[in-house]
Design a protein around this ligand. Sequence first.
Ligand code: SF4
Ligand code: SF4
Length: 391
Amino acid sequence: MSQKYLVAPDLDFIKEVRELGGDSVKKCYQCATCAVACPIAPENSPFPRKEMLATAWGLKDKVLPSADLWLCHECGDCSTLCPRGAKPGDVMSAARSMATKEYSVSPKINDLVSSSKGLPVLIGVPAVWFAILAAITLFGAEPMTKIFHAIGLEWSHAHGNELAHANFVSTWLVDLTFVPLLGLIVVAFFFSLKRFLFDMHDNAVLEGKTDKAELDLKAFAQSIINVIPTILRHDKFNECGENRDRTTVHMMVLFSFISLFVVTNIFFVTMYGFGIPGPYSQLNPVKWLGNIAGVTLIIGALLMIKNRLTKEDAVNAYKDWYILGLVLILGVTGLGAEMSRLADAKFVTYAIYYVHLIAIFNLFAFLPFSKMSHLVYRVVAMSYADYANRK
Ligand code: SF4
Ligand code: SF4
């Protein structure tokens, strides 16, 4: 049965997609070369031709809730082959950024992360916060020790006369910042992804991309488990032709973050569960893992930056540079803070650690709003495609 669809173009949507790197969208004359060329597009209703049309018409309600947007892995094969010089890969990327804003719990924060004008706030807020925490740690040891003793806890996590970052910003204060922040991020993602998932399902039903009328959350959870190995192995990236070399670099960065997350959690349990504070020995295998992950992260970030700078027709959206710069700064300051501590360079290590804390704050606090959130949205969309039997 045919359905009536009232076309209601959203001109602001077209404008924003163009500003975010999709300025070639109007060049498309619907030849469908891109949809044929895309190595990932499903047979039924393939992308990105239909997204080019819908975006050029400003059909925001058709483009943003579509799982197809996220099945695209930005390989650029379609952009290379487009006879009109349109760049459907970049339009898809810009539309993904729009989707994260649409489903965000705070579109204003998305705007801050998407423009260089927001940078003073992104840096300034954590800079002031950690300066206050450093002042409490450096000058308030006596009252803080009394307060912590009153509740049966030790204030200082540093031991002996060894140089430790905890002497500059207390581990308590660092963890009392980041643990609640992580909780807020989980809540923000929960509300964003819930709306995204149900909209995606409605869109798939409407466009005949699934035969499942109802969304079964238990079966969807099973689909998440199904797609995790595909994501970790980067199978979809490997199907790309034009930019297959991105696979290794992408894996380096992803596995570095996973390793650093594991290391952080092990040391968290070691300290709070077993009462053994850092700094930990360099002979500790967990420390090795952390150091290897730190070096890999720096190399991965540098290679990503090099790829972007050397790719002739790359669309360099600010949002991409923000996240690439952040990843590099995280790696360099993490390793730099460690090396300078071992060299006993007190003020240098404190300064680098301060920048490192600001970078971690940016990574965590703006995770649901920055390009890093694409990983989470993509996992949900790929899981939905698996659940919906998208062919
Ligand atoms: S190949 Fe280019 S012109 Fe043809 S449909 Fe795709 S984007 Fe449009
Ligand atoms: S960028 Fe690659 S994955 Fe995305 S639509 Fe184009 S060809 Fe397909």
